[in-house]
Design a protein around this ligand. Structure first.
Ligand code: GDD
Length: 358
């Protein structure tokens, strides 16, 4: 047995047979891998489908968990019964192509790397069929993890690793992003490679990713970053935000009164507010994180986060108004809240990070 593939499932009955047919059609030595499904109480007959396959193939196994559904706990349960010391994790919904398993596992099998991450964001990687908001969320999730973990796709669900690494994370890991936990467990000593993958949105069934998963992810990021984000920095950041709004409005009104034109007033006031915010945040809100002084590189990052947050605000507004038919007057509040959170986390992790240990 060269490697074990662990696949978490929650209502994936339409995908099980398609996935297994493709996995067992791979040009690999017979018996060189096993497939361990870990199901969290599917209600659509997923378990029955897997049991049918299991009855005819001794290298297919099913764990039926009785505990509260959790993706990370499921993967850990799968790893615990794996026969091999090399583990591959992938989704059941065919968004990760079974044909790419050999490429993902090869670097770890060869002993050259501890973790191989299937990445959508390295050269050659791609994402197909995802709505724009999912692409944004994924990109933002990766961006937020970047300061603590230097890989391009820290939220990928397709990866291979040496089983012993799991021992360092088992106690504290939870939520959707076990890869991040795994990468952080090595404290900078892991040999990590990113392999380009094509991610295809599922054709059958629905995604289980919810708002609570995003919140858990943010919470884990904060913890893994060693408490970079804190109540103290968050409240100072909020005060600075209000100062920024004040400066923005003041400059805007002044320029409009002096007939500078709408576009120029809009851009100048935005830049003035960003500049003031950057200075106050680096000198006050995140003062404890910084050793150096103000610099253009950091200002560029601050500006990037600001623009991303602005884009996100547009996305959230569009989603709430056009898809959920909320009135624009109401929609602006969650949109502003999302922007503020992204702005803060972007600042805490990307612009003014405290430590890098991945
Ligand atoms: N056992 C178990 N328990 N399985 C679960 C649970 C759970 O609580 N939640 C989801 N799954 C399974 C699904 O059945 C699927 O096989 C896989 O985990 C991924 O879940 P999806 O809900 O389909 O995720 P997605 O397609 O929206 O998210 C994709 O993008 C994320 C962000 O990059 C996946 O590739 C994720 O792995 C990835 O993190």
């Amino acid at each position: 047995m060269q490697f074990s593939i662990v696949i978490p499932t929650l209502n994936e009955s339409e995908n099980v047979s398609l996935l297994l047919s493709r996995l067992f059609a791979l040009d690999l030595l017979p018996g060189s891998f096993e497939v361990i499904f870990v199901d969290d109480g599917s209600k659509d007959g997923t378990q029955t489908k897997i049991r049918e396959w299991e009855a005819h193939n001794k290298n297919i196994h099913l764990i039926e968990r009785q505990e509260k559904p959790d993706l990370t706990a499921s993967i850990l349960a799968g790893v615990s019964i794996a026969k091999s010391d090399i583990i591959v994790v992938m989704d059941a919904d065919l968004s990760h192509l079974p044909e790419q398993v050999p490429a993902i596992v090869a670097p770890v099998l060869a002993g050259k790397y501890d973790v191989a991450v299937g990445s959508r964001y390295v050269s050659g990687g791609s994402t197909h069929g995802w709505p724009l908001y999912r692409q944004w969320l994924s990109r933002i999730g990766g961006l937020l993890a970047r300061p603590i973990c230097d890989v391009s796709d820290a939220t990928s669900g397709f990866f291979a690793f040496r089983r012993e690494l799991i021992a360092n994370i088992a106690e504290k890991a939870r939520g959707y992003k076990i890869l991040l936990e795994l990468l952080m467990s090595g404290q900078g000593n892991l040999r990590i490679i990113e392999i380009p993958i094509s991610f295809h949105d599922r054709a059958y069934g629905t995604s289980k990713l919810s708002l609570s998963h995003h919140l858990i992810y943010l919470q884990r990021l904060i913890t893994l970053a060693g408490g970079t984000a804190s109540i103290g920095t968050a409240s100072r950041f909020a005060i600075v935000g209000f100062v920024g709004v004040f400066v923005d409005v003041l400059v805007f009104q002044w320029m409009i009164n002096w007939s500078f034109g709408l576009a120029l007033a809009h851009i100048t006031s935005f830049l003035a507010a960003v500049t003031i915010n950057y200075i106050l945040n680096s000198k006050w809100s995140f003062q404890s994180h910084l050793e150096g002084s103000l610099n253009w590189h950091q200002f560029g990052r601050f500006l990037t986060v600001g623009l991303l947050a602005l884009l996100l605000r547009g996305g959230v507004l569009a989603l709430l108004v056009y898809t959920w038919h909320l009135s624009a007057e109401l929609a602006i509040f969650p949109a502003i809240a999302a922007t503020a959170i992204i702005n803060y986390l972007g600042s805490a992790f990307y612009v003014f990070p405290e430590n890098k240990n991945c």
